[in-house]
Design a protein around this ligand. Structure first.
Ligand SMILES: C[S@@+](CC[C@H](N)C(=O)[O-])C[C@H]1O[C@@H](n2cnc3c(N)ncnc32)[C@H](O)[C@@H]1O
Length: 193
């Protein structure tokens, strides 16, 4: 998908009318972020805002990005966090966040019709684009938390981490009747990027 990513999903973004409703992946990520503290945190694709709300308990600065500018996503939440309409983390300079989290769209799909759930080829094309940006904006000691489903080709995530010089471990897991969800904690290897 690469450089044409935003062009390819422009039609889907423009006609999207409903925010993502908090689901099992939201709850799993929300539980997982409780274990982390620090100065600055970013959620990519804040959707319902539920995860940002949890982050704001343990981080001084909480920022979220989202592609779809739906009013209910801005008006339904108060709180000391910042919501920005932007593609992933492209509006930020490198190496500034202690933690970046996301439960990306991860359903395997030939094209992106619903930007809240369609993950592209193998269910990992969009998650990998999220990971590219997340790893760019974490500090040298920063961490990424990513929710992914075994409905997609998880092995491609692990291969990409290895190729980029990132290490990973699974910190949480939930078995649903149709899929298993995993939370990956990802960070730079000791020698850095
Ligand atoms: C599975 S939903 C999760 C939403 C939210 N974290 C939650 O659990 O309520 C994925 C979210 O990512 C957003 N999204 C998709 N592509 C994006 C991009 N390139 N940049 C920012 N957000 C994006 C979608 O609009 C959607 O709200």
């Amino acid at each position: 998908m690469g450089e044409d990513y935003l062009k390819k999903i422009a039609h889907a973004t423009a006609r999207h009318e409903k925010p993502y409703l908090p689901s099992q992946d939201t709850k799993l990520l929300r539980r997982s972020v409780k274990e982390y503290t620090g100065g600055s945190a970013l959620e990519i694709g804040f959707g319902s805002g539920s995860v940002m709300e949890e982050l704001s308990k343990n981080f001084e600065l909480v920022v979220g990005t989202e592609l779809i500018p739906l009013r209910e996503q801005f008006s339904s939440l108060g709180g000391p966090w910042h919501r920005i309409i932007a593609d992933r983390a492209t509006c930020f300079r490198s190496s500034i966040f202690d933690l970046v989290v996301f439960n990306p769209p991860y359903l395997p799909s030939d094209s992106i019709e619903d930007i809240t759930v369609d993950g592209g080829g193998g269910g990992v094309e969009v998650p990998l684009l999220f990971l590219d940006e997340a790893s760019r904006v974490i500090t040298r000691d920063g961490k990424v938390l990513m929710v992914i489903s075994d409905a997609g080709e998880i092995a491609r995530i692990e291969t990409r981490c290895g190729a980029m010089g990132l290490q990973f471990r699974i910190i949480a897991e939930e078995d649903l009747f149709y899929e298993s969800l995993y939370v990956y904690e990802i960070k730079w290897k000791e020698e850095g990027p």
